[in-house]
Ligand binder design. Structure first.
Ligand code: GAL
Ligand code: MG
Length: 941
């Protein structure tokens, strides 16, 4: 093996590949091709340096680091230790894996074009055929194709030398695991020798004339059929215009069969099948338009990731992702931060998602050192990556925007990249968030705007950055000032917003409101779809969702890889319900005699949909009705009259209105407290704690109910300490925890207790009555905003089932509850909490009227009889256990119920990554008082 040559390829940023074919659109199974997958066991030799290790075996695809070869690193914006900040690789830390296998070439392949395709190899590789070095490739997620025609026969041996690190790694600093190897499928493909290498199809739709057109660019003589009609014939650029077709959009994903045939008659016909869609994407003034109508992106960012197979995501998992997205009213997908396998684009074409394709260019950790910047040495790599993206996916109608990369700074590289994109395809706008002058990006794109900033931009005011943002920019941030004059006249999008890291995703509704309120806002993409945690064995046969550090490695950015709306195994997190709600395309508001529907679709006028309403009392329907015809023009609104709702008697009264399957709104009408039954009640208190709670002589507590002013910190509560754990004692939650532990009541007398804690004034009154135990609590926030105010304690272990009247079914907080309707819900104690990969506060329910625990013949009901609706959580472990656990599988799944009852509990935030910057709806601010009176009723049979 030519080691010097290999070393040079890997170390010289200007060498990005040789011997490989230009990228092209993936061929489909219906084409005249045959494909043989090379998945399976290969011979393998690994060494921590560029040298051959002992031979063994490995599966293809698989990542080395989870199979015993080398260390996984999860880093959010830094590089692994081998990658120096100066663009130079460490010569001694150069893990190399050599793969070898023999090929079986079917006899009938003789004379055909035979290609070898690697879908993804991290980070770079050399290819040898029968011992001869024939190619090199960087750009791992985009893949590489080699033409082996005429040089390969049965028995030929291929050797793939994979380099964990290369100069390509500098442009692959996305916030994800650094893992390596042949990480996705490898296949051989045979096709007619004289067919064109690639064909490019560009479509258009004229919404005024309602006609489609199409251009096929091909370097061979071809016939083009749309369905059964021959629409063009010839070579070069072939046009077919005036086609009577229906347009493609995310709302109407209309696809047509296109067949392109070469060399008819000579037996070597090459046939390609494409599913094409006709649509026009354009920027008109400040709007992003599809087929003439403004669109608002209800987007999510998605990493193509699986907890066991890493980047070799099973086909059914990708399908499931897309189905879950569509069910949550998502209409747009950003392929953060690299092109995906073809299946993802096909699914988006078919099911209707606007795709922002993104080149694998991210140099987060060195972008301020001019990589790639204006340095000509790094430009070829950027161009190769960007061009590869366009060539691979330009035939997909779902792709509506090309993104030049993510967090890679600004500079000449991107101006050149823009030109390269437009030379290949000028039918879609270009996106680049790093563009500070709006010379490369057609849209003004930003990350993590607050609702306030969105409004500022909607009103065309200057965007400034403050001192704190400047400080963050020195670390990992990249907030940019933008004078209004610079962005006026362009659409604005948030390529990332509403950070869903574990217990987060507050305020999502505010953002979406702004996207629809201001004409220049074209929406955004939530960060992000799926947790990037790795499934490893945990405690008691449980699966552990491992985050950074789980393999004993340093450095690491720990749980920052878990930002998903769904967990890595695709279990929806509570944020999923919120996403579905804030993204629904019909908004329903209350009017004096009914409701108003506002149709946020761009094309769908609600034909075929009906409105159903239900009057609910404690979650039970007491009256209902249906309104059939609700046709509403896209972008328009209409009123629908509803009958008068008769409210009589105690209960939580609410009106639920549903439009079609995916849009709903609920209106709270009244909360009229009731009183139930209780056996003889007795209560003891000591220093403000309820030490005994007896009904019919039976003790219901297994530990006292005590004042609770803290919570197990969420990732957002941790703020900067997510990255600097030594600072943890200085966070607000830690301060409340210490204060809570130390505080003694300054007055406590016959069940009446008063505390002064960190400026807050808390009062509690407890007394046994002949209807149960009456507990009343007041909390007034002082100079430090409250985290929460309530009581927590552990109940008799027989109480293992929970029923509640309030918001459900899943976890909700005051700033993340619009997707959680009021109703009557139930769960076991074990199912009540929500397991985040990194344990933290979870499982809260808001808007409560009643919480009932049952089991073993016992019933305990906590009922609001006056004051504010309360909040509660029930978990089979204590708050101390929760705060101490590092992984979800360490927490008990069974055990006596620990109950928290709160008069108020603050929100979770989520506007900024790992930063609890609560909006007013989530805050428990100075001077405000919360008050609830509960009646606790107990039964023993
Ligand atoms: C953005 C970045 C994402 C991710 C996110 C934080 O800056 O583009 O890849 O790191 O922040 O979770
Ligand atoms: Mg980054």
């Amino acid at each position: 093996m030519n080691l010097d040559r290999m070393r040079r390829d890997v170390e010289d940023p200007r060498i990005v590949g040789w011997g490989r074919m230009p990228q092209r659109a993936e061929r489909s199974e219906a084409d005249t091709i045959e494909r043989v997958s090379l998945r399976g066991t290969w011979q393998f030799a690994w060494s921590p340096t560029l040298r051959a290790g002992p031979w063994g075996e490995i599966e293809v695809p698989a990542v080395w680091e989870l199979n015993g070869y080398g260390t996984p690193y999860y880093l959010a914006f830094r590089y692994p230790p081998a990658i120096g900040g100066n663009g130079r690789l460490d010569r001694h830390d150069r893990p190399t894996g050599i793969y070898r296998r023999r090929l079986d070439i079917p006899e009938q392949w003789a004379g055909r074009r035979i290609t070898l395709r690697f879908e993804s190899v991290k980070s770079a590789f050399h290819l040898l055929l029968d011992g001869e070095l024939i190619g090199y490739s960087e750009g791992s997620m985009t893949g590489a194709t080699f033409d082996l025609s005429g040089r390969v026969t049965t028995g030929s041996e291929i050797t793939v030398v994979v380099h964990r690190y290369s100069t390509g790694t500098y442009l692959e600093d996305q916030d994800m695991w650094f893992l390596s190897g042949i990480t996705r499928d490898v296949w051989l493909e045979a096709e007619p020798a004289h067919g064109p290498w690639d064909i490019a199809v560009t479509t258009d739709f004229d919404h005024v004339e309602e006609r489609g057109s199409l251009r096929v660019d091909v370097d061979a003589h071809v016939q083009v059929h749309l369905g059964d009609d021959l629409i063009a014939e010839g070579a070069g650029s072939l046009w077919a215009v005036d086609l009577r077709v229906r347009p493609w959009s995310a709302e109407t994903p209309m696809l047509y069969d296109l067949r392109v045939t070469t060399g008819a008659g000579d037996g070597a016909t090459d046939r390609r099948h494409l599913r094409v869609g006709f649509r026009r994407v354009e920027i008109v003034g400040e709007q992003l338009r599809v087929n003439g109508r403004p669109i608002v992106l209800h987007g999510v960012n998605r990493h193509d990731f699986h907890p066991e197979r890493i980047w070799d995501v099973p086909a059914d998992v990708r399908e499931h992702d897309i189905a879950l997205m569509k069910a949550a009213n998502v209409n747009a997908l950003r392929l953060s931060h690299y092109p995906n396998p073809d299946q993802v684009y096909r699914l988006a074409d078919e099911h209707g998602l606007y795709v922002m394709d993104e080149a694998e260019v991210e140099s987060h950790g060195v972008r301020r050192r001019g990589i790639p910047g204006d340095d000509p040495a790094w430009q070829p790599s950027v161009l190769a990556r960007v061009e590869a993206m366009v060539r691979r996916s330009r035939n997909h109608p779902s792709v509506i925007m090309w993104s030049l990369g993510n967090e890679a700074g600004d500079g000449e590289a991107f101006r050149a990249a823009r030109r390269a994109v437009l030379a290949l395809d000028d039918s879609r706008p270009v996106h680049y968030e790093g563009d500070t002058t709006l010379t490369t990006s057609d849209v003004y794109s930003l990350m993590y705007p607050t609702p306030q900033l969105e409004r500022r931009i909607g009103e065309h005011r200057d965007v400034r950055i403050n001192l704190i943002q400047r400080l963050f920019n020195r670390l990992a941030g990249d907030d940019k000032p933008f004078p209004a004059a610079r962005y006026t006249g362009r659409p604005v999008i948030a390529c990332e917003y509403a950070h869903a890291m574990e217990n987060s995703f507050g305020n999502a509704a505010d953002h979406v409101e702004n996207f629809h309120r201001y004409p220049n806002w074209a929406g955004g993409f939530v960060w992000d779809w799926v947790d990037q945690t790795i499934a490893v064995p945990g405690k008691d046969d449980l699966v552990r969702q491992a985050y950074g550090g789980a393999f004993g490695e340093t450095p690491t950015d720990r749980w920052f890889c878990a930002n998903g709306i769904v967990a890595a195994d695709r279990t929806p997190h509570p944020a999923y319900d919120e996403l579905a709600k804030v993204y629904q395309h019909v908004v329903i508001t209350r009017t004096a005699d009914g409701v108003r529907l506002t149709n946020r679709h761009s094309f769908d006028d609600l034909t075929g949909r009906a409105l159903c309403w239900r009057l609910e009392r404690d979650g039970v329907t007491v009256a209902s009705g249906r309104v059939g015809d609700i046709v509403t023009a896209p972008g328009g609104s209409r009123e629908v009259r509803l009958p008068i709702m008769p409210i009589a008697g105690p209960g939580l009264w609410a009106l639920m209105v549903e439009v079609g399957d995916t849009a709903w709104e609920q209106f709270e009408l009244a909360r009229i407290p009731a009183i139930g039954f209780s056996e003889w009640a007795a209560v003891d208190t000591h220093d403000g704690a309820i030490t005994s709670l007896r009904f019919g002589g039976v003790e219901f507590l297994s530990s006292p109910l005590r004042l609770n002013l803290w919570r197990a910190a969420t990732d957002n509560d941790r703020g900067l300490t997510n990255f600097a754990p030594v600072l943890t004692p200085f966070t607000g939650v830690s301060a409340w925890r210490r204060a809570n532990r130390r505080t003694r009541p300054y007055r406590s007398d016959r069940g009446r207790t008063r505390w002064r804690v960190r400026g807050a004034d808390i009062r509690l009154a407890v007394e046994a009555t002949d209807r149960g135990v009456r507990v009343e609590m007041w909390a007034t926030a002082g100079r430090h905003e409250l985290v929460r105010a309530g009581l927590t304690g552990t109940l008799d272990s027989r109480l293992d089932h929970v029923e509640w009247i309030g918001r459900g079914r899943g976890e909700n907080y005051r700033d993340r509850c619009s997707g959680s309707p009021l109703g009557r819900w139930s769960r076991t104690v074990e199912q009540f909490p929500h397991a985040y990969a990194h344990p933290q506060e979870n499982g809260n329910r808001t808007g409560l009227e009643r919480l009932t625990l049952t089991g073993g013949g016992l019933t305990l009901t906590v009922r609001r009889i006056a004051g504010d609706p309360f909040e509660a959580s029930v978990r089979p472990y204590t708050q101390e256990q929760l705060a101490a656990a590092a992984y979800a599988d360490e927490l008990p799944t069974t055990g006596p119920a620990t109950v928290s009852l709160d008069v108020a509990h603050r929100g979770v935030g989520g506007d900024k990554p790992g930063d609890l910057r609560l909006q007013p709806a989530g805050r428990l601010t100075r001077g405000r008082t919360w008050h609830t009176a509960w009646l606790i009723e107990g039964m023993t049979k």
